[in-house]
Write a protein that binds this ligand. Structure first.
Ligand SMILES: *Cc1c(COP(=O)(O)O)cnc(C)c1O
Length: 372
C-alpha cells in the first residue's frame, strides 16, 4: 500500500481484542458491517449507540435497579428528552422547589406545548387535587434543590399508579448510591451525572433510567438516538471511571455532610440548616425510610441577610465559591444571585456542596467566615 493509504489504514488493520482490563475509549463513529449485511459487533453508528455509552448505560441501569438507561450530554437534556416524549397539551405536576434549570426549561421551551403546575409535593393531598384528565406525569425531585425538601417517593408512586400517571424522580442529590426510586415505585429516574456520578467537576452528562420497556421509554430512546444529544465516548469513559469510586465517595460525602450540618445547626450565626439527616428536618422520618445516608448537600440561612451571606461565601478559603455540586472539592454559593431576580430562594441562603476534604479543615474554615 502507498503512504497515503497506509496513513489511513495501518492503525486499523487489526481484528482481535488486545484483552484490555479497562475498556478502551472507542472513538469510531461507524462500525463494520458483516458480509450478510448484519452488525455482529452490536453497533452501527455512534449517535445511535457505541461501546462506551452502552457500557455506561448498562452500568447505570444496574446501579439504579432499572432495566435500561439512556445517557445524554447533560442533565438538562435528559430531563428535556422526557418532557419531549409527551404529546402537546399534556399536563405535568412538578415540584415548587424544582431544580431551577428545569423550571426555566418548562417555562421557556415548553410554555406553549405543555401545561405544568409547580406545587409543594410534601403535601400529598395537594398533588391529588392538581390531577386532571390531561395529566401524564408527576415529576418529583428529592432531596430538592436548594431547600433539601424530601418527598415520599412510595406515597407519590401510589398516587401515580392509582391515576395511571408516570412518576419520574430527579435523584441527582442522592446519586444511585443513597436511594433507588425505582424500588420505591418510580417509573423513571433522572440524574445529572455532572454531579455525584462524575464526582470530579470535569464532565457534563445526564441520564434517564427506566423501570420498564414501555411506550414512553421507546419514545425517549428515539429522542436520544434521533435527537442526538448524546455524550461522547470520552465522557462515558470518564463517568465509568468515576462510578467505580462512587459508593465510597458517597459514604464520605454523607459523613462530612452530617458532621457539618450538626456544627452549623449549633452555630449562633446560623438561623436554619436544611439537611435531611438532621432530626430537626421536617421530613427526617421519610428521608430515613427511603435513603441509606443523606449525602453532601446542605443549605443554611445565615443571620444578617443577603449582605452577610455574600460576606461568608467571600471569606471562606477552602470552599470554592462556585455553582454546581457533587465534586470532591467543597463548593459554596449564594444561591439567590445565581438564580436571578425572579427567584423565590431566600436572600440569606447559602448552598454548600460538602466535598471530601478533612471535616476538621472545613469546620475551621466556616468558623472563621461566620462572624456573629
Ligand atoms: C445540575 C442539576 C441538573 C441539570 O444537570 P446539568 O448536567 O447541569 O444539565 C438537574 N437537576 C439537578 C438536581 C441538578 O443539580
Amino acid at each position: 500500500m502507498k503512504t497515503e493509504t497506509l496513513a489511513i489504514h495501518a492503525g486499523n488493520l487489526f481484528k482481535a481484542s488486545t484483552n484490555d482490563v479497562i475498556k478502551p475509549i472507542s472513538l469510531s463513529t461507524t462500525f463494520l458491517r458483516d458480509e450478510d449485511g448484519g452488525y455482529s459487533g452490536g453497533h452501527v453508528y455512534s449517535r445511535v449507540s457505541n461501546p462506551n455509552r452502552s457500557n455506561l448505560e448498562k452500568t447505570l441501569a444496574e446501579l439504579e435497579k432499572g432495566v435500561d438507561a439512556c445517557a445524554f450530554s447533560s442533565g438538562n437534556t435528559a430531563g428535556m428528552s422526557l418532557f419531549q416524549a409527551f404529546k402537546p397539551g399534556s399536563h405535568i405536576i412538578a415540584p415548587d422547589d424544582m431544580y431551577w434549570g428545569f423550571k426555566k426549561q418548562l417555562q421557556s421551551i415548553f410554555s406553549e406545548t405543555l401545561e405544568f403546575d409547580f406545587i409543594d409535593q410534601t403535601n400529598l393531598e395537594l398533588i391529588e387535587s392538581y390531577i386532571k384528565p390531561s395529566t401524564v406525569l408527576i415529576w418529583t425531585e428529592t432531596p430538592s434543590n436548594p431547600l433539601l425538601k424530601i418527598t415520599d417517593i412510595k406515597a407519590i408512586s401510589a398516587i401515580a399508579k392509582k391515576n395511571n400517571l408516570a412518576l419520574a424522580c430527579d435523584s441527582t442529590f442522592a446519586s444511585p448510591c443513597l436511594q433507588n426510586p425505582i424500588l420505591l415505585g418510580a417509573d423513571i429516574v433522572m440524574h445529572s451525572s455532572t454531579k455525584y456520578i462524575g464526582g470530579h467537576s470535569d464532565v457534563l452528562g445526564g441520564v434517564l433510567i427506566t423501570a420498564k420497556q414501555d411506550d414512553l421509554w421507546h419514545a425517549i430512546r428515539n429522542i436520544q438516538q434521533i435527537g442526538g444529544a448524546v455524550p461522547s465516548p470520552f465522557d462515558c469513559f470518564l463517568l465509568l471511571r468515576s462510578i467505580k469510586t462512587m459508593p465510597y465517595r458517597m459514604r464520605a460525602h454523607s459523613e462530612n455532610g452530617i458532621t457539618l450540618a450538626k456544627f452549623l445547626e449549633a452555630h449562633d450565626a446560623v438561623e436554619k440548616v436544611f439537611y435531611p439527616g438532621l432530626p430537626s428536618h421536617p421530613q427526617y422520618e421519610i428521608a430515613r425510610k427511603q435513603m441509606t445516608a443523606f449525602g453532601g448537600m446542605l443549605s443554611i440561612l445565615v443571620k444578617g441577610g443577603a449582605d452577610e451571606a455574600r460576606w461568608v461565601v467571600n471569606s471562606v478559603k477552602i470552599f470554592s465559591q462556585a455553582t454546581s455540586l457533587g465534586g470532591v472539592e467543597s463548593l459554596i454559593e449564594h444561591r439567590a444571585s445565581v438564580e436571578g431576580p425572579d427567584t423565590k430562594t431566600p436572600q440569606n441562603l447559602i448552598r454548600i456542596s460538602v466535598g471530601l476534604e478533612h471535616i476538621d479543615d472545613l469546620i475551621e474554615d466556616l468558623k472563621q467566615a461566620l462572624r456573629f
